[in-house]
Design a protein around this ligand. Structure first.
Ligand SMILES: Cc1cc2nc3c(=O)[nH]c(=O)nc-3n(C[C@H](O)[C@H](O)[C@H](O)COP(=O)(O)OP(=O)(O)OC[C@H]3O[C@@H](n4cnc5c(N)ncnc54)[C@H](O)[C@@H]3O)c2cc1C
Length: 329
């Protein structure tokens, strides 16, 4: 690891000013991603701005929804009574991530900002347009078993690794941001980017901006499931995941929200599938056929590489299974 300076921010303004003045600085929260990247030389900030002293660790609820501070640890968010009762999908997704120790350190803001786990991004001897723009993409013709099947570009086929973010995308969350120009709210769907020709940019946060929290709007969903398919049951990133939230009334699906993880550079919202679920009877005997057709359609347009073709079949099965579990388990 190279030498770096370390400062503790006493206020959000102080953190934002320090970050804005020094482009080679980075915020540090739980450090579970950033420190790994520094140790491997993937990122080499001159200065770390520790934001752990900022008052961004509360969870509040009102008629409009739930607000979770950026510094709330993933474990505290998952176990919070308001999250468990009002947004159980988020609890499920958080608990599917990493390990208990990591969830104790990892923060909500850091989870949103975590970088891809593409092995070519982590390996500084390999080309990677995300790490070093213009150097090429080692994954495209390399070992791409974990990589994207939707929304990739010829510059980058990495996926966003977060579980929490898949649930936040399905639940129409908003990212709360402060910067030198004031506060703003970014709809979750617009926060992360597809790689296009600028894969070095993971998201639309501007330099110096600080995530202060996320807001989840109140909803009528009463059935949920987060299904994560991975190589082992703990401490592994999703090969494919599906977050489903359904509103079922009088035996009929009235509204639906769904997103996938492990398939794209950002959580992949399944809008068409959501629309097609509405009005279906929540009936075990009759839903199989329409669900099969919805899951098949959702995977259309997938673009696979040498080692990740399995994700199409797996994704289809995961959609079917996640909806079935949400409805009947
Ligand atoms: C072994 C291992 C397994 C894991 N498995 C999973 C998994 O299965 N699923 C999953 O979802 N995640 C997994 N993770 C990732 C983990 O969830 C993230 O490392 C964690 O959420 C990052 O949060 P942090 O607070 O530690 O962020 P940090 O490491 O402190 O920061 C990460 C990035 O976010 C920026 N940042 C932090 N807070 C803010 C803020 N408030 N505003 C703006 N920028 C900010 C930092 O500058 C940095 O660039 C795993 C990690 C490890 C090490």
């Amino acid at each position: 690891m190279i030498n770096f300076e370390y400062i503790r921010a006493a206020s959000a303004k102080g953190a934002i000013d320090a970050r804005t003045k020094n482009a080679a600085s980075q915020f540090i929260a739980g450090g579970t991603n950033l420190v790994d990247l520094m140790k491997k030389g993937v990122t080499t900030p001159q200065r770390l701005i520790d934001i752990n002293g900022l008052p961004l660790n509360t969870i509040t609820h009102d008629a409009k929804g739930l607000t979770i501070g950026a510094l709330v640890p993933n474990s505290a968010a998952a176990d919070h009574e308001l999250v468990k009762t009002k947004f159980p999908l988020l609890s499920m997704a958080l608990n599917a991530g990493a390990s208990a120790q990591l969830r104790n350190m990892a923060t909500v803001g850091g989870n949103i900002m975590q970088r891809t786990r593409c092995s070519y991004f982590y390996d500084t001897t390999m080309p990677c347009n995300k790490r070093q723009p213009g150097s090429g993409c080692g994954a495209k013709d390399g070992y791409n078993r974990m990589h994207a099947i939707f929304g990739a570009s010829d510059k980058c086929i990495a996926v966003h690794p977060s579980d929490m973010c898949v649930a936040l995308a399905a639940l129409n969350a908003t990212v709360l941001v402060s910067g030198s120009k004031g506060d703003k709210k970014i709809p979750f769907a617009d926060f992360h980017r597809l790689p296009g020709s600028t894969p070095e940019l993971d998201n639309n946060l501007q330099p110096g901006e600080l995530i202060t929290g996320v807001h989840l709007p109140a909803n009528n969903f009463n059935k949920y499931y987060y299904l994560k398919i991975r190589d082992r049951l703990s401490y592994a990133f999703a090969l494919v995941s599906v977050a489903v939230a359904l509103e079922v009334k009088d035996g009929v699906i009235k509204s639906a929200a769904m997103a996938m993880g492990g398939v794209a550079h950002k959580p992949w919202r399944l809008k068409e599938a959501e629309e097609r679920l509405v009005s279906l009877a929540a009936n075990k005997e009759t839903i199989g056929q329409p669900l099969e057709s919805i899951a098949t359609a959702a995977m259309q347009g997938a673009n696979t590489y040498a080692h990740n073709g399995y994700k199409v079949k797996l994704g289809k099965a995961a959609i079917r299974e996640a909806v079935t579990r949400a409805l009947f388990s």
